[in-house]
Design a protein around this ligand. Sequence first.
Ligand SMILES: N[C@@H](CCC(=O)N[C@@H](CS)C(=O)NCC(=O)O)C(=O)O
Length: 186
Amino acid sequence: MLTLHHLENSRSHRILWLLEELGVPYEIKRYARDAKTSLAPPELLRVHPLGKSPVITDGDLTIAESGAIVEYLVDRYGKGALIPPPGSPERLRYTYWLHFAEGTAMPPLLMKLVFNRIENGPMPFFAKPIARGIARKVKGGFIDPNLDRIVAYMESELERHAWFAGDAFTAADIQMSFPVAAAIIA
Ligand SMILES: N[C@@H](CCC(=O)N[C@@H](CS)C(=O)NCC(=O)O)C(=O)O
């Protein structure tokens, strides 16, 4: 039985969604984040050396990295579903957005989360003005302009096509759902 090692409030939701779309039987093992640090619990380190989620186990295989998991599931269980035909322009767009999600969109979104925490998190009063000054400078000078461009690009592409890869819903839309949701609250 395929097992999804699922961390609450995480990228793992995409894999849950994909498994449901594909109708693959699976079991789910849930992990809670540390209440203070939001980090994954150490039990996940027993599944994969990086201790992050999503990660799946399927027979002897352990597969981490959501893009790799999406590729594996679509290839192994999809029977051609949720992926455009090989050689089509849509297939190239599918591959592009599958990688774009973690390669281009998530890094500045994660940086924004970290610098928001630095700006608003608790710290000794004398360090606050310095920390806030640095956080605002990094956000204003680097993170926000990058994010604005990324979001404008995603929007312009979705004005031209109903879905990221073209006219049909694919696994690339599932992969892109996390950065889209993160961009809304960033
Ligand atoms: N690029 C990886 C990122 C994996 C990742 O960072 N997952 C986060 C959850 S969204 C995590 O496990 N965080 C907890 C931790 O780092 O302790 C992927 O797409 O699978």
